[in-house]
Write a protein that binds this ligand. Structure first.
Ligand SMILES: [Zn+2]
Length: 149
């Protein structure tokens, strides 16, 4: 558990910021603002509706990514090192089939990252889904066509 003495970026009051350990995720614990100012900020932000969020969309619906194949994804999966996300997956108890959902970093031959895709495969069937993180417009309830960055 790490505690640091800080000075609030708004009111100027000294306060103790907890940078790690149990309780560091408290809503009023912040590296920039004291608990009092952070509580006021949180209350104000709650009154401002969110406009966009990240949702995964199958690449078959995304013209700029629809050409990507499963074979390319599997090749990228073996290539790039570094932290990759995995997601909770399903198991079919009747067939013993299990799903694997993980991040695949799509890259150009020169190493440039094209997209961070989500690949879902099953152990006993050839079913798979490739998805990309896309921007979802919460007011219009639709994808905007922009990638989520
Ligand atoms: Zn303050």
């Amino acid at each position: 558990m790490m505690h640091e003495n800080r000075r609030c970026g708004h009111c100027g009051a000294p306060y103790v910021y907890q940078s790690s350990g149990h309780g560091c995720n408290r809503a009023d614990n912040d590296g920039t603002y004291c608990p009092s100012c952070k509580t006021a900020l949180n209350a104000t932000l709650k009154t401002i509706p969110r406009v966009f969020e990240c949702r995964y969309q199958p690449i078959t619906a995304i013209p700029s990514l629809s050409h990507i194949t499963l074979e390319e994804c599997l090749a990228w999966e073996g290539g790039r090192s570094g932290p990759k996300r995995i997601w909770p997956a399903l198991t079919n108890p009747e067939t013993g089939d299990s799903q694997s959902i993980r991040e695949v970093v799509a890259t150009e031959p020169d190493g440039r990252v094209v997209a961070r895709l989500r690949l879902s495969t099953w152990s006993k069937t050839d079913e798979y889904v490739i998805e990309a993180p896309m921007e979802w417009d919460l007011r219009e309830n639709r994808f905007t066509g922009r990638t989520w960055r």
